[in-house]
Design a binder for this molecule. Structure first.
Ligand code: PMP
Length: 307
């Protein structure tokens, strides 16, 4: 059971702000929901200077949500722009002022999709979330024995709930074997991504990350980082296939994503990455990303939406 006092006052359900405890569905709606439901993960960050909270790249997340819904055969009743407005309505109604995770979720009316343009329901919730930026956190990773799902099996480029069974298998294997994180290889045996985040390495001053055709979610943070590395840190970036052993021999490595933010990886399969500390470019990106998401005298105004 959820702890009622920890929940915000409202959630958003099919166009209405509904009191958290009053949002219920019939138990039979659970039957096939997991098969074709899709979601988003979005973050808000508090700016301590003006005491407001900012949503990071909300419009981009809602555009990907729309892509996810359409690929799963749903016909959304709200377009990405309307849903952007609805997220603002919800977070304002809940008086969000701190760091939060916003989770839009869509599921088909009656189970799984066997045809296109099926009607669906949309739910949007927000919950507090603790940032790990600038906490000094480092992680160990292992190459998973599980293969990343591929575009012709279960397209990983959209955020379908069912895709996360693949992530769970890899992540729990890594944890059972004493590692913090899993790195999945794709069906071509090159690096795809982490269970819940993208992979980037630094080698001889260049940032390298797998292309969007390598079996990865089309990550919004990934695009943002590539742009920031080039424009703000003057670093050349390459989007290309990465071999497993390139991770072992990388100078720096980190995972990135909405939830993972910038999470340094200091060993892979017990090979020490670089000198086993947070690398210098990774450290600069942690600082920059921290300031950008909070809007602390940082560029990219258009990426933040004030609540
Ligand atoms: N890959 C996977 C499998 C993820 O779950 C996430 C988190 N959404 C990411 C990458 C990063 O995507 P984003 O930057 O859009 O959060």
């Amino acid at each position: 059971m959820s702890n009622a006092s920890a929940n915000p006052k409202y959630l958003w359900s099919d166009g209405n702000l509904v009191e958290w405890e009053k949002a219920i569905v019939h138990i039979t709606d659970l039957e096939w929901v997991g098969t074709s439901s899709v979601f988003e993960g979005i973050k808000t960050y508090r700016n301590p200077e003006d005491d407001r909270s900012y949503i990071f790249r909300l419009e981009d997340h809602m555009r990907r949500f729309d892509d996810s819904m359409r690929l799963m055969g749903m016909k959304p009743k709200w377009n990405a722009q309307q849903l952007t407005e609805e997220v603002l309505k919800l977070t304002r109604a809940n008086g969000v002022k701190d760091d939060q995770y916003i989770r839009p979720f869509a599921y088909l009316d009656h189970g799984s999709a066997t045809e296109l343009d099926r009607s669906s329901h949309i739910l949007i919730t927000n919950k507090p979330f603790k940032s790990t930026l600038k906490t000094g956190r480092v992680t160990s990773a292992a190459i998973s024995s599980w293969t990343r799902i591929s575009d012709n099996v279960m397209p990983p480029r959209v955020k379908a709930e069912a895709n996360y069974r693949n992530s769970q298998l890899a992540f729990s294997e890594a944890r059972r074997n004493g590692y913090d994180e899993a790195i999945l290889l794709n069906d071509r045996h090159t690096v795809a991504e982490g269970a819940w985040a993208c992979v980037m390495i630094v080698k001889r001053g260049r940032v390298i990350t797998p292309p969007v055709t390598a079996g990865v979610l089309e990550s919004i943070t990934r695009y943002a980082m590539l742009q920031m590395f080039e424009e703000q840190l003057g670093t050349k970036c390459e989007e290309r296939e990465i071999d497993r052993t390139e991770l072992y021999l990388a100078d720096e490595m980190f995972l990135c994503g909405t939830g993972y933010e910038v999470t340094p990886v200091t060993s892979v399969d017990r090979f020490t990455v670089g000198d086993g500390q947070i690398g210098p470019l990774t450290a600069r990106m942690i600082d920059l990303y921290h300031d950008v998401v909070r809007g602390l005298d940082a560029p990219y105004d258009a990426w933040r939406m004030a609540i």
